[in-house]
Design a protein around this ligand. Structure first.
Ligand code: PHE
Length: 341
C-alpha cells in the first residue's frame, strides 16, 4: 500500500515538473501552479488520503514524500519563473530598442544657397577686375540711405523705395530716421567717408523693401553696388567696366548697353542691359556718374575727383541662371527644391 502511494507521489511530481518546464509564458505557469496547489489536485488528493494508511511509520514516510514533492515543484516553479521573467524583459528590450541604423544613408553634401553662390561668383569677377569688397550696416540712418544720396526729405524718389523704418532713435537723432536700408548705395557714402580716393569697391549685401512677396519680389533681397572714384573717370570707364563684367560673368557671347535713365545720386544716369547670345535683352541694373552733391556728402572734392557707381540685384542672377520660376522657392527651405541644384 505505502509503495503504491510513494509511486503515485513520484509520478504526479514528475508530471507536474514536466508541465512546469514546458510553460513558455508566465501566465500559463501561474495557471499550472494554482492547479497544483489546489487540495483536489494530484498531490493534494494524495495528501488527503494519507490518513487511510494503517501504519504510523507509513503515514510519516508518505507525508515526508509529499512535502518533498511540494518542495521540488516549488523549486521547479521558481526556476521556470526566473527564466520566463528574463525572456519577457529581453523581449521588451528588443521590442523597444531604437534601431539607430534605420536612417543610415550614404552621406550627402549640401551646397551654398543659390543667392550665396551668385554673390560669391560676382565678388570673384569684380575682385578679378581689381575691386575690393566693402560692407555697410543693414540698419541704416535716413541720412546715409537718402539724404547723402541727394534725396532730401520730400524728394519724390523716396516714394519709390518702400521703406521699412525702425523704432530705434540714436542719441541726438530724430525719431523715424532709422531704417532698413532700401539699397546698397549708402555703402558708397560710408566708403567715401572712411577712405581716400582712388576708390574701387563693390558692396554686396542684403536690402529691404516693404513689398508683398510674389513670384518676382521679396521684401528682403540682395544687391551689389559698385563705386569707382579716381581722377578723370568718365562715362566711357563706366561702360567699359560694365562690358568687361558682362563678358567675364555671363560669357564671351554676351554684351551690354547703357540706356538713359534717372537716379538722384548719379548724373548722368543710365540703366544697363545685357544682350544674350540669342539677341534678347535683359534689364540688369542702374548706374551713372556719381552726382557732385553725393561726392561732397562723402567728403570728396568734385573738382578734383570724379567717379561712377552701379547697382543691381543678386537674387535675379540666381533666378536667371537656374531658371527658377518663383523667387519665393529660393527661400522656402523645401528640400525638394534645394536638392535640384
Ligand atoms: N540704388 C539703385 C537702386 O536700388 C541702383 C543704383 C546704384 C543706381 C548705383 C545708380 C547707381 O535701384
Amino acid at each position: 500500500m505505502i509503495e503504491q502511494v510513494l509511486d503515485e507521489v513520484s509520478t504526479v511530481t514528475d508530471a507536474a515538473v514536466a508541465e512546469i518546464v514546458a510553460c513558455d509564458e508566465l501566465a500559463t505557469l501561474d495557471a499550472v501552479v494554482s492547479r497544483h496547489r489546489s487540495k483536489k489536485s494530484g498531490l493534494g488528493a494524495i495528501k488527503s488520503r494519507l490518513g487511510s494508511l494503517d501504519q504510523v511509520e507509513d503515514r510519516k514516510r508518505a507525508g515526508a514524500a509529499v512535502n518533498e514533492a511540494y518542495t521540488r515543484i516549488e523549486q521547479a516553479v521558481e526556476e521556470r519563473r526566473a527564466v520566463l521573467a528574463d525572456a519577457a524583459i529581453n523581449a521588451t528590450i528588443d521590442a523597444e530598442a531604437m534601431d539607430l541604423t534605420e536612417h543610415r544613408r550614404p552621406s550627402t553634401r549640401g551646397h551654398l544657397h543659390l543667392v550665396t553662390q551668385a554673390w560669391e561668383r560676382l565678388e570673384d569677377v569684380f575682385v578679378g577686375l581689381g575691386f575690393t569688397v566693402a560692407e555697410g550696416p543693414e540698419v541704416e540712418t535716413d541720412w546715409h540711405n537718402f539724404e547723402a544720396l541727394n534725396m532730401s526729405e520730400g524728394h519724390p524718389a523716396r516714394g519709390e523705395f518702400d521703406t521699412l523704418f525702425v523704432d530705434h532713435v540714436p542719441p541726438g537723432g530724430t525719431p523715424g530716421a532709422t531704417l532698413l536700408r532700401t539699397h546698397t548705395s549708402p555703402v558708397q557714402i560710408r566708403t567715401m567717408l572712411t577712405s581716400e580716393p582712388p576708390i574701387y569697391v563693390i558692396a554686396p549685401g542684403r536690402v529691404f523693401r516693404r513689398d508683398t512677396p510674389d513670384a518676382t519680389h521679396m521684401p528682403v533681397f540682395h544687391q551689389i553696388e559698385g563705386l569707382v572714384i579716381d581722377r578723370g573717370i568718365s562715362m566711357a570707364d563706366l561702360a567699359g567696366t560694365i562690358e568687361a563684367f558682362t563678358k567675364e560673368f555671363f560669357g564671351a557671347g554676351f554684351t551690354s548697353r547703357l540706356r538713359p535713365s534717372y537716379f538722384p545720386f548719379t548724373e548722368p544716369s543710365a540703366e544697363f542691359d545685357i544682350r544674350r547670345p540669342d539677341g534678347s535683352w535683359l534689364e540688369l541694373g542702374g548706374c551713372g556718374m556719381v552726382h557732385p552733391e553725393v561726392l561732397r556728402a562723402g567728403g570728396i572734392d568734385p573738382e578734383e575727383w570724379s567717379g561712377f557707381a552701379f547697382g543691381f540685384g543678386i537674387d535675379r542672377m540666381a533666378v536667371m541662371r537656374h531658371q527658377v520660376a518663383d523667387i519665393r522657392d529660393m527661400y522656402s527651405n523645401d528640400i525638394r527644391f534645394i536638392e535640384q541644384f
